[in-house]
Design a protein around this ligand. Sequence first.
Ligand code: BDP
Length: 700
Amino acid sequence: MLLRLLFLLLLVIGPQAGAWADDGYRLWLKYDQLPEAGLRKEWQAQTNSIRIDQNVGPTLQTAAHELQLGLQGLLGRPVPVGAAPGGKGHLRLRVAPDAALGQEGYRISYQNGGLEITGSTETAVLYGCFALLRQVQTGQRPAGLRLSSQPRIRYRLLNHWDNPNGTVERGYAGSSIWKWQELPEVLDPRYQDYARANASIGLNGVVLNNVNASARYLTPEYLRKVAAVAGVLRPYGQRVYLSVLWAAPKVIGGLKTSDPLEPQVQAWWKARTDEIYKTIPDFGGFLVKANSEGEPGPQDYSRTHADGANMLARALGQHDGIVMWRAFVYKAGSGDRFRQAYEEFQPLDGQFADKVLVQVKNGPIDFQAREPFHPLFGAMPRTPLVLEVQLTQEYLGFATHAVYLGPLIKECLEADTHRQGPGSTVAKVVDGTLEKHSLSGIAGVANIGSDRNWTGHPVGQANWYAFGRLAWDHTLRSEDLAREWTRMTLTREPAAVAAILPLLNQSRAIYVRYTTPLGLHHIMGQSLHYGPEPWLSQSARPDWTSVYYHKADAQGLGFDRTATGSDALALYAPGARHLWANPATCPPDYLLWFHHVGWGQPLSTGRTLWDELTTRYYSGTDSVRWMQQQWELAKPALDPQLYADVAARLRVQHREAQWWRDACVLYFQEFARRPLPPTLTPPARPLAEIKELVDIYQLR
Ligand code: BDP
């Protein structure tokens, strides 16, 4: 009887206890014991202790501590940290200048019979430690291990769009992780866990606040708070940066102007910047959104973006910091939005000061599910360009749709600008190798919030992970990163991994199919940017409507951006333009980005535009069912809580895929006036009913 009771008790508490309780907080840094005893033994034999020199700095101590934590968990036995040297059976961390590795690169190798992680700096060794842990976590063997890697891009940043009041612009994972009102006294343990996550994937900096910036961050009171966060992030190699409000000299400085050519404005920024460096000696620099979507900027004083950026660069002076000036600009009523950033920024190429990088979104409109690469990547050879991608899923179903972004980021990086002939990829522009820039940068708009699992949707973690790994090395394959993340985060059980990987790898293409197939874009719900609203025709500006972008009429669908239309295609080098210029050869995925195509026009797929469009909406929606089945296959190997969470979100995703499908098919049918292909079942509800759904979601 007693035994039976005990057994029942175990059944009740079992799933919540120990290794099975997985609320997602630990991300990919789980360090649960390796199941394979043999593999554990092999690693144990190489890691009897960790050896570091005495009197090392905080980052190397952090590195040793992380390694200790990880190895103890994975190998299931204590790993002491002792004084170098060490030797056979011990793991040595060594900082030694090595030109081949640069400042941040690491090498893992056997030296005198013992494993050693080396790098020119303590931060480099820290990256190496996480690389070694990744080897153990993903089940690699220690024998003959030799690995070296260095980042291809220098500034690898997350951009938080977080506000002082704790809200996050376009954030879907709770509120901000930065608790400004508690700082600087209270240091939430999350800050440290956040820093280690970033370091583990190779990132090296964080813009703490929203690009629609509050001037408050530049006040002494807030700088003390920022300094406190910087203090936690520093041992993990993460520098802090701030987004600044262009009008700050007026708003908090008491000046009458923010004109960058005014000496008093220049003096104000110089003094503020010196003050920042006194408080935060390794401050990274400024991110600026100016003269965009109502934000103030130098154009308010008839000055250029270059005037503004260069003034800030001068304020930075000798300090080791940079200015990242965003190119996300588009003025109301001045033609095709696709062209506007190009028209404003391309003529400024060559005018930016040394410390300035121009930050460009991956595509010319705004983080759509698929965009052609931004034409500026092929047009500003004399300016280092930061690639900005969005990890938070503003246009990709918030935290309810599983969309793995590895393929999206890679698609942009691998796109060929043809700037210097074939092979002039966006990656080579961004990493600086194409034009020999010494500065280079990449930024991901963070999808991180106060939710226990950090990203709302558990799959969102994979986007943080893949972004960091690609920022370090853009030649890595998206599929390999999905595999790494899955095996470190979800399960290493082969059948389950085999079920989950195709789900992840195809998720973005599936999302495109049921929302914006064939190059449709910007047809989502107004303001909130959720759900379909292709009929949206009235807004504060024409380029905030949907009809502006899809141009559906009785003849056909799509935005003519050839010479007969807005001619945005002319912004690309001939080689790149050539790919899209002819509707007969333009890849279907980009067709409606560049062409207005007749409903009955046969496409390269063999179907007419109408049939292809509707087929994609249906097959995309059906594929969400397939995603559910794949997830189901993995169930036995998954933590029950995590399994249930994703399964529920997939149910929402399927319901909303149907919403997108029915809305778009019925709406476009009003123009096409054609029946659905016979294999497709017409939506059961009328368009009017679907339109009401948008009002419910938008709370209008
Ligand atoms: C848009 C967002 C808006 C951002 C803006 C930006 O809707 O909230 O402020 O981008 O990047 O996608 O500045």
